[in-house]
Write a protein that binds this ligand. Structure first.
Ligand code: S3P
Length: 175
C-alpha cells in the first residue's frame, strides 16, 4: 500500500493534544484533518456526553470503529478519541492501513489540560491527577502496543512537536 495516500492516526490519552496537533500537522502535510469525536457528534446530532448518556458507551465504541474503517485509504490526519486504540480490531486496522503515532503525556500534563473542560464522560466526577494516573496506567500498554512512533509532548510547544512529527514521518520508507 502506498502510505503517502494513507492516514496518520494520532492516538493517546484524553487531553494529550491530538486535536490541536492534528489540525496543525494536517496543515503542514497538506492533508485533511478528521477529528473523530467531532464527526461522531455531528453524525449523532448530539454531544459525546449525550451519546454516552443516552446510547451507552458500547454504542459509542461501535460508532467509533465504524468511522475508523471509513478512514482507510484517505490521505488524512485522523485525530482519534482516547479510547480508539484500546480495541484490538481498531489497533490492527490502523496499523494495517496507516501510520500510528502516540502522543505521550504525563498525568500532570493531562490534568492541566483537561481540568477546566467538561464533556469527557470518563472524567466526570474524577477530575484529579490520581484518577488520571490510574486510568493511564491501564491504557498506556495499549497505546504503546498500537504505536509505530511515540512523541512526548510534556513541556513542549505545538510547533516543536509538529516539526518533530513531520521529520519522523519523512524518515519512514514509503511515506
Ligand atoms: C474517550 C476520549 C474522548 C471521547 C470519549 C471517550 C476515551 O476523546 O472519545 O469521551 O475513552 O478516552 P478525546 O481523547 O478527544 O478527549
Amino acid at each position: 500500500m502506498d502510505k503517502k495516500k494513507s492516514p496518520v492516526y494520532l492516538i493517546g490519552f484524553m487531553g494529550c493534544g491530538k486535536s490541536t496537533i492534528g489540525r496543525r500537522l494536517a496543515g503542514r502535510l497538506g492533508a485533511d484533518c478528521l477529528e473523530m469525536d467531532e464527526i461522531l457528534a455531528k453524525r449523532a446530532g448530539k454531544t459525546i456526553a449525550k451519546i454516552f448518556e443516552e446510547d451507552g458507551e458500547a454504542a459509542f465504541r461501535r460508532m467509533e470503529s465504524e468511522l475508523l474503517r471509513e478512514t482507510a485509504g484517505q490521505a488524512a490526519v485522523v485525530s482519534c478519541g482516547g479510547g480508539v486504540a484500546l480495541r484490538q480490531e481498531n489497533a490492527a486496522q490502523m496499523r494495517r492501513t496507516g501510520t500510528v503515532l502516540f502522543l505521550a503525556a504525563a498525568p500532570q500534563t493531562i490534568y492541566e489540560r483537561v481540568k477546566n473542560h467538561t464533556g469527557r464522560p470518563l472524567l466526570d466526577g474524577h477530575m484529579n491527577v490520581e484518577y488520571i494516573t490510574e486510568l493511564m496506567e491501564k491504557r498506556a500498554p495499549y497505546y504503546e502496543a498500537a504505536a509505530e512512533i511515540t512523541v512526548r509532548v510534556d513541556g513542549r510547544g505545538i510547533e516543536e512537536i509538529v516539526d518533530e512529527i513531520v521529520a519522523l514521518l519523512a524518515e519512514r520508507p514509503g511515506r
